[in-house]
Design a protein around this ligand. Structure first.
Ligand code: GUE
Length: 286
């Protein structure tokens, strides 16, 4: 049973050790990677995520800057802040915590981030390059999932990967990255008429819907690999995924838990992308 668990905390830790080594090397050359996080409003979940990101930066020697703006901040003010960070040589990566208040148009904000500092990989230029398979910042959550599969020795080529959820930040790029590793990819979403008929065909099932425990035993094929991207609170206010872990664990060959699954990998890949950005600065300056 224990061999089944894909531990994102442990795998993330292994990757962070090599990032930390590279950060140290960079610092010896006089470069400190810097990440700016902009938080608009005071959503408690967002605050927790942001403080996790900051702690992780601190731990491995990445400079981090938090810009906190009130919930009624105008789009114009936010765009001004982004422009300042675009021009700030101490900042290699800019992350605007999503979701944003409704009066702000997310696409305008994402498009304002310099693609050179787009460590989330959300800018249209980054998305385009990802789809074309060109070097770019890959979105941290799908990238983290690919690393989990790699470290868990799960070969993707020729497998049928079924993605549940079609968000621009997880579901859509997830399918793209799996496709690039030669998986056969099926996307499912809220308008899919017979979800069970689709998900039971999955060798690799990735769930990113934001609906607590929506995937049960009836959705999974015996021996499937299940990746749970969801982070929700259950009826007892306990952290849980989009997958009913207890219901499927005996049926699957491998599964990511929540917490300690995909979440820590998202942050790990954010640190990785920030390091890559800082490394570019080094070669450009010389
Ligand atoms: N521009 C932007 N980029 C993001 O990457 C982004 C975002 N906005 N908005 C919100 C989501 C969510 N997200 C998480 C990252 C790590 C954990 C994480 O580390 N979770 C831990 C602990 C969770 C806990 O204790 O609350 C775990 O799953 O083990 C969770 C959630 C990044 N997001």
């Amino acid at each position: 049973m224990s061999g089944k668990l894909i531990n994102g905390k442990e795998i993330g830790e292994i990757i962070r050790q090599s990032i930390q080594k590279e950060v140290n090397d960079l610092q010896e050359q006089g470069v400190t990677p810097g990440l700016a996080v902009i938080l608009v409003g005071d959503n408690p979940a967002s605050k927790t995520y942001v403080s996790n990101k900051q702690k992780s930066c601190e731990q491995i020697g990445i400079y981090s800057e938090l810009i906190e703006l009130s919930a009624d901040t105008t789009e114009e003010t936010l765009l001004n802040e982004i422009n300042k960070l675009n021009a700030d040589p101490a900042i290699d990566g800019i992350l605007v915590q999503l979701p944003l208040p409704k009066h702000i148009t997310e696409q305008n904000v994402i498009a304002a981030i310099s693609p050179e500092k787009d460590v989330d990989g959300f800018h249209p230029e980054s998305v385009g390059k990802m789809i074309l398979g060109q070097p770019t910042y890959l979105p941290c959550t799908p990238y983290g999932v690919m690393k989990l599969l790699e470290y868990a020795n799960i070969d993707v080529a020729g497998k049928h990967a079924v993605i549940v959820g079609r968000s621009h930040i997880v579901g859509v790029p997830m399918g793209q990255l799996l496709l690039q590793k030669d998986a056969t990819v099926t996307y499912c979403h809220s308008k899919t008429p017979d979800l069970v008929a689709m998900t039971t065909q999955a060798d690799i099932l990735v769930v990113a819907t934001g609906r607590a425990k929506m995937i049960g035993a009836e959705h999974v094929k015996e021996g499937a690999v299940v990746i749970d991207v969801g982070i929700n609170r259950d009826e007892n206010n306990k952290l849980c995924g989009d997958v009913d872990f207890d219901a499927v664990v005996d049926k699957v060959s491998a599964i990511t838990p929540v917490p300690k699954g995909v979440g820590p990998m998202t942050i790990t890949m954010l640190l990785f992308n920030t390091l890559q950005s800082a490394k570019k600065k080094l070669t450009q300056d010389k």
